[in-house]
Design a protein around this ligand. Sequence first.
Ligand code: F6P
Length: 470
Amino acid sequence: MPRLIVVSNRVADIHSSNAASSGGLALAMGGALKEEGGVWLGWSGKAIDKGDSPPHFETVGKVTVARIDLSRRHVEEYYNGYANRTLWPLFHHRTDLTAYEQSFRDAYLDVNRTFAHAIRSFVQPDDVIWVQDYHLIPLGRELRALGVDNRIGFFLHIPWPAMELFISLPQHADLVWSLFGYDLVGFQTEKDLKAFCDYFETELDAQPDEDGLMDLFGRRLLARSYPISINPAEMVELGRSEKAQESFRRVCEGNAGRKILLGVDRIDYSKGLPHKFAAFSRFLERFPERRGTASLLQIGQPSRSLVEEYQDLGDELVAEAGRINGRFGKLDWTPLAYHTQSYGRDALAGIYRAADVCLVTPLRDGMNLVAKEFVAAQDPEDPGVLILSRFAGAAEQLTEAILVNPYDKEQCAETIAQAIDMPLPERIERWRALNATISRSSLSAWKDDFMRDLRALKDQRNEAASGVFS
Ligand code: F6P
């Protein structure tokens, strides 16, 4: 039986599907592998004094996890460096935060080679390999150079940048060329796919055909969009758990008689948290009669805390929450509760359900699964309202949310008031449409669509895979 080998920078704890802090990717891949079974290779999260380790394996049910420990230098220059100080800010259009260091790029390529050697040590001829995200873009090419000619797909969980910004990356052509090590490259949205195609049109005067196939560099690549989703039934199930009931009760009791506005984000500058706080503050300023009638509960999951920009953002948010509470708070009302903790997904299910309004307002985001989880967790008889940034990938599908421009403080402040006042029939109508979209495009459907396309490429596979890249 051909196996699925999933490769991502981080692997989730396979003993639990409850960790919320590891981000959408780990969550999604854990879910996909649980269904299909297979091998999941990734970094263990450990930094060691020696060089990168060979993978150590652990099997739970149908899933074998292979973890690689990385050297301290690689963690610093590959993960904190090229992945999170070069590609992440650039792909999120923060060229002001993007660092271009040759040592970062060298470490990035080194780690991709480490991963390639690890895979080659256990891959079998019929295995299908599915590589995830920006940490591992060159992995396909490295595998081809080692003679691995299995079918290999790649999925980018974050947005693909606009062409004008992408070409500021030194060696951008090499990064794009390395993608041709894959047979199939998937993006979150049609917009990302278009941005990717713009690059070929402008820089190489090339374009994919109407099926998304591109013949370049002696290789054939299929590029398509596959919007990632969640398993809505799982969210509903989690909502029945004891933890969910408890968190629901505690949030409701702590905010009795008040509307609950909710935010759940990793503490990341792409999530637009200072903008969200500013919009909430503006809401309180513009509508003084509403002070004391609503509170914002913002959960900020700590993330990448060794990167300076993330530390600065963390400090800024604590200070800003303090300013808002200092300015507007009353003896019996704290306007903004900012919790820098990670809650399990079961507890989150209850928190989502307790909320009247969820603010998902990133400045730029690949998809944003919080938006989808919030919808899935709602009470169909009395659902909450989703305010969604038009710059989240999810906005391409979730068009019945209230879409906002997170940079527009006035619009966001007004939208908060509109969401709080929304009559029940409109809430139900919007929620039904959103929920129908989410149910149609579940996590299983996402995985199945991608795997079907990757497997269907069988007959037109690239020949002489290693030749071009060796
Ligand atoms: O969803 C994008 C992503 O970078 C994933 O690749 C990652 O798992 C998640 O965000 C959290 O980031 P990190 O693994 O750096 O904590």
